[in-house]
Write a protein that binds this ligand. Structure first.
Ligand code: NAD
Length: 478
């Protein structure tokens, strides 16, 4: 763990193993932190915020320089960091490289805000009295970053980069199965010049470390990414003290494919959108609604693309898809496909664990059609490589079915028709819409969902704002 500028063990002496999902063998172990460890990290962050120089408004450009130096350090170690990420997560090496690069992009973007966090001044009269109204934007204090397992490095960056450039101090809590690369990132932040106490990291179970971060009165903001169930619990717990909370939660993103679409490019985008990261992406394409006239053409092309997948360990450069991250994820995905099969879904590809791979949490990329409306895979979030394709009569039916779940993270539409595009913009209930393009994230665009998919936004200017307090100063000028 990393507390107050030092690498430390937990006084509990207990360790948690981190497994390689491709071999089920341990890669390493990390301390099983306790509530006391979390409190020590929070106290260190509070001390650095109150007494250190990091939050000094005059030093915002210096903060930017330090974050830019961190990006250079990461760039120089891309290869070893990517290997470590693949070993603890399972994703194939090329996906780890792009994830490390996405961290670089996010830090580079927010480093650019150094010296550019503006307030405003305006003048008015209150009755006859002249007044100056100043609006200042200030850091908020100790920020907790609770990170899930699926993109541990990208999502670390989405939280830590805006928090730091705004002048806050941070305590990170990685997911239990993927803490190792995040620990390396915290070391590199310190090496780049982030002062002691400003960045801290505590490993351990969500139920203890996470809950201490959420309930501790010294924590001013909780940024959580994870499942909707945990998000709901966090919102309840955080209400003990009033603090800012952003929640980036689950999704069951629909993709609508209309008859006018370019089916070849739609199929390849849906394939990447569903199967990258072995299906473990919040904004993955999780349900497809296709106009009947082009249904067969689309599923035929998707089947071809799936047939080309080479399932295997992420470190093996010939693999194009790795294992799921844990035995638990494997079990959940398998049970959802079995449920759809029991309800008479047709399996066009996959549909089971691979028979030729004996170890690791592997599941075959799976394509399902004729899926019953009540099947779990059309109603719950499927966090793995299985895609249900449902034929619909028209756009109206597609939108109705797309909006059917409790989630509202992203949605996408493939069409060449301007009217259909506009109707999807107006009627899909989601925080993000992708038009003729696969779901992706970029630092410039705010990311987040509506309904049970979350609260608040990460990335973009909106994401930075979540780490700033707006203060208004009203001065009598008579
Ligand atoms: P999870 O909810 O199990 O865990 C997320 C993090 O919360 C982990 O660090 C965990 O240790 C911690 N945690 C667990 N219980 C806690 C508690 N009681 N109090 C505080 N912290 C606690 O989620 P996961 O399985 O790691 O991640 C997958 C989920 O994340 C999926 O639902 C996915 O859609 C979602 N996700 C959402 C986004 C988004 O931007 N909307 C992005 C990525 C992942």
């Amino acid at each position: 763990m990393w507390i107050d500028g030092e690498e430390v063990e937990s006084p509990s002496g207990e360790q948690m193993p981190v497994l390689d999902p491709a071999t089920e063998e341990p890669v390493d172990s990390v301390p099983k932190g306790t509530r006391d460890d979390a409190r020590r990290a929070i106290d260190a962050a509070e001390d650095a915020f109150e007494r250190g120089k990091w939050s000094d408004p005059y030093d915002s450009r210096e903060r930017g320089r330090i974050l830019a130096r961190f990006v250079e350090l990461v760039r120089n170690q891309e290869d070893s960091l990517s290997v470590l990420l693949t070993r603890e997560h399972g994703k194939v090496l090329s996906e780890s490289v792009s994830e490390i690069r996405s961290l670089e992009n996010t830090f580079e973007y927010y480093a650019g805000f150094g010296g550019k966090i503006f307030g405003s001044i305006t003048y008015t009269r209150y009755g006859k009295d002249p007044l100056e109204l100043k609006v200042a934007r200030k850091p908020i204090g100790v920020c907790a970053s609770i990170v899930p397992f699926n993109f541990p490095i990208s999502l670390f960056a989405w939280k830590v980069a805006p928090a730091l450039i705004a002048g806050n101090c941070v305590v990170v809590k990685p997911a239990s199965t993927t803490p190792l690369t995040e620990i390396m990132m915290v070391r590199l932040l310190a090496k780049a010049g982030v002062p002691k106490g400003v960045i801290n990291l505590v490993t351990g179970p969500g139920g203890t470390i996470g809950e201490e971060l959420v309930t501790n009165r010294k924590v001013a903001k909780v940024a959580f990414t994870g499942s909707t169930e945990t998000g709901k619990r966090i919102l309840q717990l955080a209400s003990n003290s009033i603090k800012k909370v952003t929640l980036e939660l689950g999704g069951s993103d629909p993709a609508i494919v209309m008859g006018s679409a370019d089916i070849e490019s739609a199929a390849s985008a849906l394939f990447t959108g569903r199967f990258r990261n072995t299906g473990q992406a919040c904004n993955a394409v999780k349900r497809v609604f296709v106009e009947k006239s082009v249904g067969e053409k689309l599923t035929a092309r998707l089947s071809q693309l799936i047939a080309e997948v080479r399932l295997g360990p992420g470190l093996d450069r010939s693999s194009t898809m790795g294992p799921l991250n844990s035995a638990e994820q494997l079990r959940i995905v398998e049970s959802m496909v079995e449920d759809a099969k029991a309800r008479k879904a047709k399996v066009l590809a996959g549909g089971s664990r691979p028979v030729n791979i004996k170890k690791g949490f592997f599941y075959q990329p799976t394509l399902l059609t004729d899926v019953n409306d009540d099947a779990r895979i059309l109603n719950e979030e499927c966090f793995g490589p299985a895609l249900p394709v449902v034929e619909v009569e028209d756009l109206g039916e597609a939108i109705e079915k797309a909006n059917m779940t409790r989630y509202g993270l992203g949605a996408s539409i493939w069409t060449k028709d301007e009217g259909e595009r506009r109707r999807a913009e107006n009627e899909t209930k989601a925080g993000m819409l992708f038009v003729n393009y696969r779901p992706f994230s970029t630092p410039e665009a705010p990311f987040g969902g509506v309904k049970d998919s979350g609260l608040g936004r990460e990335l973009g200017f909106e994401g930075l704002n979540e780490y700033l307090e707006t203060v208004s100063i009203r001065t009598y000028m008579g």
